[in-house]
Design a protein around this ligand. Structure first.
Ligand code: PLP
Ligand code: LYS
Length: 439
Protein backbone atom coordinates (compact mmCIF):
# COMPACT_ATOMS: atom_id res chain seq x y z
CA UNK A 1 0.00 0.00 0.00
CA UNK A 2 1.47 3.33 -1.07
CA UNK A 3 0.13 6.10 1.06
CA UNK A 4 -0.65 9.51 -0.33
CA UNK A 5 -2.18 10.75 2.90
CA UNK A 6 -0.62 13.87 4.29
CA UNK A 7 0.91 13.68 7.73
CA UNK A 8 2.60 16.69 9.33
CA UNK A 9 6.39 16.56 9.52
CA UNK A 10 8.76 18.88 11.40
CA UNK A 11 12.23 20.14 10.47
CA UNK A 12 13.88 17.01 11.89
CA UNK A 13 11.86 14.93 9.45
CA UNK A 14 9.77 13.56 12.33
CA UNK A 15 6.04 13.05 12.38
CA UNK A 16 4.16 15.51 14.56
CA UNK A 17 0.91 14.88 16.43
CA UNK A 18 -1.12 17.98 17.35
CA UNK A 19 2.14 19.94 17.16
CA UNK A 20 4.24 17.53 19.25
CA UNK A 21 7.18 15.54 17.88
CA UNK A 22 6.07 11.88 17.80
CA UNK A 23 9.61 10.61 18.35
CA UNK A 24 9.91 12.74 21.48
CA UNK A 25 6.53 11.43 22.68
CA UNK A 26 7.80 7.88 22.26
CA UNK A 27 10.95 8.76 24.22
CA UNK A 28 9.09 10.50 27.00
CA UNK A 29 6.26 8.00 27.52
CA UNK A 30 7.81 4.78 26.17
CA UNK A 31 6.14 2.51 23.62
CA UNK A 32 3.63 1.31 22.75
CA UNK A 33 1.81 4.51 23.45
CA UNK A 34 -1.44 5.79 21.96
CA UNK A 35 -1.26 9.52 21.33
CA UNK A 36 -4.53 11.37 20.79
CA UNK A 37 -4.74 14.61 18.85
CA UNK A 38 -7.26 16.30 21.13
CA UNK A 39 -7.40 19.38 18.90
CA UNK A 40 -8.97 17.11 16.29
CA UNK A 41 -11.38 15.50 18.78
CA UNK A 42 -12.66 18.91 19.84
CA UNK A 43 -12.95 20.09 16.23
CA UNK A 44 -15.09 17.04 15.34
CA UNK A 45 -17.27 17.39 18.42
CA UNK A 46 -17.95 21.03 17.55
CA UNK A 47 -18.69 20.19 13.89
CA UNK A 48 -21.40 17.73 14.90
CA UNK A 49 -22.94 20.09 17.43
CA UNK A 50 -22.66 23.27 15.37
CA UNK A 51 -24.28 21.71 12.31
CA UNK A 52 -27.41 20.87 14.31
CA UNK A 53 -27.43 24.39 15.76
CA UNK A 54 -27.03 25.98 12.32
CA UNK A 55 -30.01 23.94 11.09
CA UNK A 56 -32.00 25.09 14.09
CA UNK A 57 -32.73 21.62 15.37
CA UNK A 58 -32.80 20.58 19.00
CA UNK A 59 -30.24 17.82 19.35
CA UNK A 60 -27.99 15.80 21.59
CA UNK A 61 -24.66 14.54 20.32
CA UNK A 62 -23.72 11.68 22.64
CA UNK A 63 -20.19 10.34 22.49
CA UNK A 64 -20.43 6.54 22.10
CA UNK A 65 -17.76 5.85 24.62
CA UNK A 66 -17.29 2.17 23.86
CA UNK A 67 -14.92 3.51 21.19
CA UNK A 68 -12.55 4.72 23.89
CA UNK A 69 -13.50 5.07 27.50
CA UNK A 70 -11.38 6.87 30.08
CA UNK A 71 -11.85 9.61 32.64
CA UNK A 72 -9.88 12.11 30.57
CA UNK A 73 -11.80 11.59 27.31
CA UNK A 74 -15.07 11.97 29.24
CA UNK A 75 -13.75 15.26 30.60
CA UNK A 76 -13.00 16.47 27.07
CA UNK A 77 -16.52 15.52 25.92
CA UNK A 78 -18.00 17.25 28.95
CA UNK A 79 -16.02 20.41 28.15
CA UNK A 80 -17.39 20.28 24.60
CA UNK A 81 -20.97 20.02 25.88
CA UNK A 82 -21.61 16.54 24.48
CA UNK A 83 -23.82 13.89 26.02
CA UNK A 84 -22.50 10.39 26.71
CA UNK A 85 -23.51 6.91 25.66
CA UNK A 86 -22.37 4.17 28.06
CA UNK A 87 -22.95 0.44 27.68
CA UNK A 88 -21.93 -1.03 31.00
CA UNK A 89 -21.60 -0.40 34.70
CA UNK A 90 -17.87 0.06 34.09
CA UNK A 91 -18.36 2.85 31.57
CA UNK A 92 -21.00 4.44 33.80
CA UNK A 93 -18.66 4.25 36.78
CA UNK A 94 -15.89 5.91 34.75
CA UNK A 95 -18.29 8.66 33.65
CA UNK A 96 -19.34 9.36 37.23
CA UNK A 97 -15.66 9.45 38.28
CA UNK A 98 -15.13 12.03 35.53
CA UNK A 99 -18.00 14.09 37.00
CA UNK A 100 -19.93 13.79 33.77
CA UNK A 101 -23.39 15.38 34.20
CA UNK A 102 -25.63 12.34 34.90
CA UNK A 103 -28.63 13.86 33.12
CA UNK A 104 -26.64 13.73 29.87
CA UNK A 105 -25.76 10.04 30.19
CA UNK A 106 -27.64 7.47 28.08
CA UNK A 107 -27.35 3.82 29.07
CA UNK A 108 -27.25 1.13 26.36
CA UNK A 109 -26.84 -2.63 26.36
CA UNK A 110 -28.69 -5.80 25.40
CA UNK A 111 -28.25 -7.44 28.79
CA UNK A 112 -28.01 -4.80 31.48
CA UNK A 113 -27.89 -6.45 34.89
CA UNK A 114 -30.20 -5.52 37.73
CA UNK A 115 -27.19 -4.02 39.55
CA UNK A 116 -26.24 -1.95 36.52
CA UNK A 117 -29.79 -0.61 36.25
CA UNK A 118 -29.80 0.20 39.97
CA UNK A 119 -26.54 2.07 39.49
CA UNK A 120 -28.15 4.09 36.71
CA UNK A 121 -31.14 4.88 38.95
CA UNK A 122 -28.89 5.83 41.88
CA UNK A 123 -27.00 8.23 39.62
CA UNK A 124 -30.26 9.56 38.15
CA UNK A 125 -29.01 9.34 34.59
CA UNK A 126 -30.77 11.03 31.68
CA UNK A 127 -32.12 8.06 29.80
CA UNK A 128 -32.05 4.30 29.45
CA UNK A 129 -32.11 2.85 25.96
CA UNK A 130 -34.25 -0.24 26.43
CA UNK A 131 -33.27 -3.22 24.35
CA UNK A 132 -35.80 -5.99 25.07
CA UNK A 133 -38.93 -7.07 26.95
CA UNK A 134 -37.07 -8.50 29.96
CA UNK A 135 -35.42 -5.16 30.52
CA UNK A 136 -38.69 -3.32 30.09
CA UNK A 137 -40.33 -5.44 32.80
CA UNK A 138 -37.37 -5.00 35.15
CA UNK A 139 -37.59 -1.25 34.60
CA UNK A 140 -41.29 -1.19 35.39
CA UNK A 141 -40.56 -3.06 38.62
CA UNK A 142 -37.60 -0.85 39.57
CA UNK A 143 -39.37 2.45 38.91
CA UNK A 144 -42.40 1.36 40.95
CA UNK A 145 -40.38 -0.01 43.86
CA UNK A 146 -38.21 3.09 44.01
CA UNK A 147 -41.02 5.47 43.07
CA UNK A 148 -38.49 7.00 40.71
CA UNK A 149 -39.18 8.27 37.21
CA UNK A 150 -36.98 7.24 34.33
CA UNK A 151 -36.89 8.40 30.71
CA UNK A 152 -36.38 5.71 28.10
CA UNK A 153 -35.83 5.25 24.40
CA UNK A 154 -36.90 2.01 22.76
CA UNK A 155 -34.09 0.59 20.63
CA UNK A 156 -35.41 -0.97 17.45
CA UNK A 157 -33.90 -2.90 14.57
CA UNK A 158 -35.30 -1.25 11.47
CA UNK A 159 -34.26 -4.04 9.08
CA UNK A 160 -31.59 -2.03 7.32
CA UNK A 161 -28.37 -3.67 6.26
CA UNK A 162 -25.55 -1.15 6.33
CA UNK A 163 -22.69 -1.72 3.91
CA UNK A 164 -19.92 -2.58 6.32
CA UNK A 165 -18.26 -5.61 7.93
CA UNK A 166 -20.93 -8.11 8.98
CA UNK A 167 -19.63 -8.22 12.56
CA UNK A 168 -20.31 -4.52 12.99
CA UNK A 169 -23.73 -4.23 11.35
CA UNK A 170 -26.47 -3.98 13.93
CA UNK A 171 -29.61 -2.67 12.24
CA UNK A 172 -30.51 -5.82 10.28
CA UNK A 173 -33.43 -7.97 11.39
CA UNK A 174 -31.28 -10.85 12.67
CA UNK A 175 -29.55 -8.90 15.43
CA UNK A 176 -29.21 -9.46 19.16
CA UNK A 177 -30.05 -5.80 19.74
CA UNK A 178 -33.40 -4.10 20.04
CA UNK A 179 -37.09 -4.69 19.34
CA UNK A 180 -37.98 -5.70 15.80
CA UNK A 181 -39.71 -2.81 14.09
CA UNK A 182 -41.40 -4.87 11.39
CA UNK A 183 -42.99 -7.74 13.32
CA UNK A 184 -44.94 -5.87 15.98
CA UNK A 185 -42.42 -6.19 18.85
CA UNK A 186 -41.75 -2.45 18.94
CA UNK A 187 -45.51 -1.73 19.01
CA UNK A 188 -45.97 -4.19 21.85
CA UNK A 189 -43.12 -2.61 23.84
CA UNK A 190 -44.57 0.87 23.36
CA UNK A 191 -48.08 -0.28 24.33
CA UNK A 192 -46.71 -1.75 27.57
CA UNK A 193 -45.21 1.48 28.85
CA UNK A 194 -46.39 4.61 27.03
CA UNK A 195 -48.87 5.47 29.77
CA UNK A 196 -46.80 4.15 32.68
CA UNK A 197 -46.83 6.30 35.78
CA UNK A 198 -43.05 6.38 36.15
CA UNK A 199 -41.64 5.60 32.72
CA UNK A 200 -41.45 8.37 30.16
CA UNK A 201 -41.05 7.13 26.59
CA UNK A 202 -38.93 9.71 24.79
CA UNK A 203 -38.99 7.92 21.47
CA UNK A 204 -37.11 5.49 19.27
CA UNK A 205 -33.48 4.61 18.81
CA UNK A 206 -31.66 2.68 16.12
CA UNK A 207 -28.06 2.09 15.20
CA UNK A 208 -27.57 0.58 11.77
CA UNK A 209 -23.88 -0.28 11.94
CA UNK A 210 -20.42 1.18 12.06
CA UNK A 211 -17.85 2.65 9.63
CA UNK A 212 -20.57 3.70 7.15
CA UNK A 213 -19.70 6.00 4.24
CA UNK A 214 -23.15 6.80 2.87
CA UNK A 215 -26.11 8.69 4.18
CA UNK A 216 -28.93 6.73 2.57
CA UNK A 217 -29.02 4.07 5.34
CA UNK A 218 -29.47 6.77 7.97
CA UNK A 219 -32.16 8.47 5.93
CA UNK A 220 -34.00 5.19 5.36
CA UNK A 221 -33.83 4.43 9.09
CA UNK A 222 -35.08 7.90 9.97
CA UNK A 223 -38.05 7.43 7.65
CA UNK A 224 -39.02 4.11 9.22
CA UNK A 225 -38.71 5.35 12.80
CA UNK A 226 -40.51 8.59 12.19
CA UNK A 227 -43.35 6.76 10.50
CA UNK A 228 -43.69 4.53 13.56
CA UNK A 229 -43.73 7.50 15.95
CA UNK A 230 -46.36 9.11 13.76
CA UNK A 231 -48.52 5.93 13.84
CA UNK A 232 -48.32 5.84 17.64
CA UNK A 233 -49.29 9.48 17.70
CA UNK A 234 -52.44 8.69 15.73
CA UNK A 235 -53.29 5.55 17.71
CA UNK A 236 -52.43 6.64 21.23
CA UNK A 237 -52.35 10.45 20.96
CA UNK A 238 -48.82 10.23 22.35
CA UNK A 239 -46.08 12.36 20.81
CA UNK A 240 -42.57 10.95 21.12
CA UNK A 241 -40.23 13.94 21.36
CA UNK A 242 -36.92 12.24 20.44
CA UNK A 243 -35.50 10.34 17.47
CA UNK A 244 -32.05 8.81 18.02
CA UNK A 245 -30.23 7.57 14.92
CA UNK A 246 -27.16 6.14 16.66
CA UNK A 247 -23.63 6.41 15.36
CA UNK A 248 -21.64 4.67 12.67
CA UNK A 249 -20.10 7.55 10.72
CA UNK A 250 -17.03 6.29 8.88
CA UNK A 251 -13.45 7.54 9.13
CA UNK A 252 -10.33 7.27 7.02
CA UNK A 253 -8.02 4.38 7.88
CA UNK A 254 -6.30 4.13 4.49
CA UNK A 255 -6.47 5.87 1.13
CA UNK A 256 -9.27 3.52 0.16
CA UNK A 257 -11.65 5.13 2.65
CA UNK A 258 -13.53 8.24 1.65
CA UNK A 259 -15.50 9.43 4.65
CA UNK A 260 -18.05 12.19 4.53
CA UNK A 261 -17.68 15.16 6.82
CA UNK A 262 -19.76 15.34 10.04
CA UNK A 263 -21.71 18.24 8.45
CA UNK A 264 -22.86 16.09 5.55
CA UNK A 265 -24.04 13.20 7.73
CA UNK A 266 -25.95 15.58 9.99
CA UNK A 267 -27.38 17.74 7.19
CA UNK A 268 -28.71 14.82 5.17
CA UNK A 269 -30.39 13.31 8.23
CA UNK A 270 -31.89 16.58 9.39
CA UNK A 271 -33.18 17.56 5.96
CA UNK A 272 -34.85 14.17 5.51
CA UNK A 273 -36.46 14.30 8.95
CA UNK A 274 -37.64 17.88 8.40
CA UNK A 275 -39.18 16.92 5.07
CA UNK A 276 -40.96 13.90 6.56
CA UNK A 277 -42.18 15.84 9.51
CA UNK A 278 -43.56 18.57 7.23
CA UNK A 279 -45.31 16.02 5.02
CA UNK A 280 -46.95 14.26 7.94
CA UNK A 281 -47.56 17.23 10.24
CA UNK A 282 -45.77 15.26 12.97
CA UNK A 283 -43.82 17.76 15.07
CA UNK A 284 -40.09 17.80 14.35
CA UNK A 285 -38.49 15.64 17.07
CA UNK A 286 -35.24 16.35 18.85
CA UNK A 287 -32.57 14.49 16.91
CA UNK A 288 -29.94 12.59 18.86
CA UNK A 289 -26.88 10.88 17.44
CA UNK A 290 -24.12 8.76 18.98
CA UNK A 291 -20.80 9.09 17.15
CA UNK A 292 -17.95 7.05 18.58
CA UNK A 293 -15.32 6.26 15.97
CA UNK A 294 -15.74 9.55 14.11
CA UNK A 295 -14.91 11.53 17.27
CA UNK A 296 -11.79 9.68 18.37
CA UNK A 297 -10.75 7.17 15.67
CA UNK A 298 -8.44 9.11 13.40
CA UNK A 299 -7.35 11.30 16.31
CA UNK A 300 -5.42 8.32 17.74
CA UNK A 301 -1.95 7.20 16.60
CA UNK A 302 -0.15 4.26 18.14
CA UNK A 303 3.63 4.63 18.42
CA UNK A 304 5.52 1.35 18.50
CA UNK A 305 9.23 0.60 18.63
CA UNK A 306 10.46 -1.59 15.82
CA UNK A 307 12.29 -4.72 17.00
CA UNK A 308 13.27 -7.80 15.05
CA UNK A 309 12.84 -8.47 11.34
CA UNK A 310 12.51 -11.66 9.36
CA UNK A 311 12.98 -11.85 5.59
CA UNK A 312 11.65 -14.83 3.67
CA UNK A 313 13.11 -14.24 0.19
CA UNK A 314 10.40 -14.11 -2.45
CA UNK A 315 7.67 -14.43 0.17
CA UNK A 316 7.53 -11.82 2.87
CA UNK A 317 9.52 -9.38 4.95
CA UNK A 318 8.24 -9.22 8.54
CA UNK A 319 8.96 -6.19 10.70
CA UNK A 320 7.91 -6.76 14.31
CA UNK A 321 6.81 -4.11 16.79
CA UNK A 322 6.53 -4.11 20.58
CA UNK A 323 2.73 -4.44 20.64
CA UNK A 324 0.16 -6.10 18.40
CA UNK A 325 -3.25 -7.72 18.68
CA UNK A 326 -3.17 -7.15 22.44
CA UNK A 327 -3.46 -3.38 21.90
CA UNK A 328 -5.27 -3.51 18.54
CA UNK A 329 -7.31 -6.59 17.74
CA UNK A 330 -9.12 -5.02 14.78
CA UNK A 331 -6.82 -6.35 12.00
CA UNK A 332 -7.07 -9.90 13.36
CA UNK A 333 -10.78 -9.67 14.16
CA UNK A 334 -12.18 -7.74 11.19
CA UNK A 335 -9.32 -7.81 8.67
CA UNK A 336 -9.24 -4.06 9.31
CA UNK A 337 -6.75 -2.10 7.20
CA UNK A 338 -4.46 0.59 8.58
CA UNK A 339 -1.76 2.92 7.37
CA UNK A 340 1.56 3.57 9.12
CA UNK A 341 4.80 5.53 8.72
CA UNK A 342 8.21 5.45 10.32
CA UNK A 343 7.92 8.48 12.58
CA UNK A 344 11.66 9.24 12.72
CA UNK A 345 12.18 8.82 8.94
CA UNK A 346 9.20 10.59 7.40
CA UNK A 347 11.08 11.97 4.40
CA UNK A 348 13.09 8.83 3.52
CA UNK A 349 12.08 6.98 0.34
CA UNK A 350 9.61 4.16 1.01
CA UNK A 351 11.19 1.38 -1.03
CA UNK A 352 10.47 -1.69 1.08
CA UNK A 353 7.21 -3.64 1.17
CA UNK A 354 6.78 -5.23 4.56
CA UNK A 355 4.28 -6.87 6.89
CA UNK A 356 4.05 -5.32 10.33
CA UNK A 357 3.86 -8.15 12.85
CA UNK A 358 2.86 -7.91 16.48
CA UNK A 359 4.66 -9.73 19.26
CA UNK A 360 1.82 -12.01 20.32
CA UNK A 361 2.17 -15.74 19.99
CA UNK A 362 -0.25 -16.00 17.03
CA UNK A 363 0.55 -16.21 13.33
CA UNK A 364 -2.50 -14.02 12.74
CA UNK A 365 -1.01 -11.21 14.80
CA UNK A 366 -0.24 -9.05 11.77
CA UNK A 367 -1.12 -5.39 12.07
CA UNK A 368 -0.57 -4.31 8.45
CA UNK A 369 0.26 -6.30 5.34
CA UNK A 370 2.10 -4.91 2.30
CA UNK A 371 3.07 -1.59 3.77
CA UNK A 372 5.63 0.57 1.95
CA UNK A 373 8.23 1.93 4.33
CA UNK A 374 11.89 2.97 4.21
CA UNK A 375 14.61 0.59 5.34
CA UNK A 376 14.25 0.30 9.11
CA UNK A 377 16.30 -0.87 12.04
CA UNK A 378 15.71 -1.84 15.63
CA UNK A 379 14.71 1.20 17.65
CA UNK A 380 12.92 3.06 14.84
CA UNK A 381 9.45 4.30 15.74
CA UNK A 382 6.45 3.09 13.76
CA UNK A 383 3.39 5.33 13.87
CA UNK A 384 0.18 3.46 13.08
CA UNK A 385 -2.66 5.86 12.29
CA UNK A 386 -6.37 5.97 13.11
CA UNK A 387 -6.10 3.66 16.12
CA UNK A 388 -8.14 5.87 18.45
CA UNK A 389 -11.40 3.91 18.32
CA UNK A 390 -11.85 0.31 19.47
CA UNK A 391 -8.10 -0.05 19.97
CA UNK A 392 -7.35 0.58 23.62
CA UNK A 393 -11.03 -0.11 24.30
CA UNK A 394 -10.65 -3.69 23.04
CA UNK A 395 -7.13 -4.23 24.34
CA UNK A 396 -6.29 -7.27 26.41
CA UNK A 397 -3.45 -8.76 28.41
CA UNK A 398 -3.06 -11.62 25.96
CA UNK A 399 0.34 -13.21 26.53
CA UNK A 400 0.34 -11.12 29.70
CA UNK A 401 1.41 -8.05 27.77
CA UNK A 402 0.74 -4.86 29.73
CA UNK A 403 -1.71 -2.43 28.13
CA UNK A 404 -0.01 0.63 26.58
CA UNK A 405 0.05 4.16 27.94
CA UNK A 406 -2.31 6.79 26.55
CA UNK A 407 -1.39 10.46 26.14
CA UNK A 408 -3.41 13.45 25.02
CA UNK A 409 -1.73 16.09 22.86
CA UNK A 410 -3.23 19.50 22.43
CA UNK A 411 -1.59 22.62 21.00
CA UNK A 412 1.81 20.88 21.07
CA UNK A 413 1.52 19.97 24.78
CA UNK A 414 1.23 16.37 25.90
CA UNK A 415 -0.25 14.86 29.05
CA UNK A 416 -0.37 11.28 30.28
CA UNK A 417 -4.01 10.21 30.75
CA UNK A 418 -3.72 6.45 31.21
CA UNK A 419 -0.60 5.00 32.80
CA UNK A 420 1.13 2.11 31.10
CA UNK A 421 0.29 -1.12 32.89
CA UNK A 422 3.12 -2.75 34.78
CA UNK A 423 3.59 -6.43 35.54
CA UNK A 424 2.28 -5.92 39.04
CA UNK A 425 -1.08 -4.73 37.53
CA UNK A 426 -1.23 -7.96 35.58
CA UNK A 427 -0.87 -10.26 38.58
CA UNK A 428 -2.94 -8.05 40.90
CA UNK A 429 -5.98 -10.34 40.95
CA UNK A 430 -4.11 -13.64 40.82
CA UNK A 431 -4.25 -15.74 43.95
CA UNK A 432 -1.54 -18.19 44.91
CA UNK A 433 -2.47 -21.80 45.51
CA UNK A 434 -0.45 -21.54 48.69
CA UNK A 435 -2.00 -18.28 49.95
CA UNK A 436 -2.87 -19.66 53.39
CA UNK A 437 0.63 -21.08 53.90
CA UNK A 438 2.22 -17.80 52.85
CA UNK A 439 0.26 -15.72 55.36
C1 PLP B 1 -25.87 1.77 19.91
C2 PLP B 1 -24.60 2.29 19.36
N1 PLP B 1 -24.43 3.61 19.27
C3 PLP B 1 -23.28 4.13 18.79
C4 PLP B 1 -22.25 3.32 18.37
C5 PLP B 1 -21.01 3.98 17.88
O1 PLP B 1 -20.69 3.63 16.62
P1 PLP B 1 -19.47 4.32 15.88
O2 PLP B 1 -18.28 4.17 16.74
O3 PLP B 1 -19.37 3.56 14.63
O4 PLP B 1 -19.84 5.74 15.68
C6 PLP B 1 -22.39 1.94 18.44
C7 PLP B 1 -21.32 1.04 17.94
O5 PLP B 1 -21.31 0.69 16.78
C8 PLP B 1 -23.59 1.41 18.94
O6 PLP B 1 -23.76 0.10 19.04
N1 LYS C 1 -15.59 -2.74 17.64
C1 LYS C 1 -16.04 -2.45 16.31
C2 LYS C 1 -17.21 -1.55 16.32
C3 LYS C 1 -18.25 -2.04 17.24
C4 LYS C 1 -19.35 -1.15 17.28
C5 LYS C 1 -20.19 -1.39 18.48
N2 LYS C 1 -21.59 -1.38 18.19
C6 LYS C 1 -14.92 -1.93 15.47
O1 LYS C 1 -13.82 -1.92 15.90
O2 LYS C 1 -15.08 -1.53 14.37
Amino acid sequence: MVSTLHYPVNQEGHLTIAGADAVELAKEYGTPVIAYNIDLVRQRARKFKDTFDELNVKSQVAYASKAFSSIAIYQVMKEEGLSLDVVSGGELYTALKADFPPDKIHFHGNNKSYQELEMAFDANIGCIVVDNFDELLTLRQLTKERKQRMAILLRVTPGIEAHTHTYITTGQQDSKFGFDLGNGQADEAFRLVYDDEYIEVLGLHCHIGSQIFETNGFVAAAEKLLLKMQQWNETYQYTCPVLNLGGGFGIRYTDEDEPLSPEIYVKEMVLAIKRLSNESAFPLPEIWIEPGRSLVGDAGTTLYTIGSQKKIPGTRHYVAVDGGMSDNIRPALYQAKYDAKVANRMTAPTNHIVTIAGKCCESGDKLIEDLSIPEVQTGDILAMFSTGAYGYAMASNYNRLPRPAVVFVEGGQSQLVIRREVYEDIVRNDLSLYESEEK
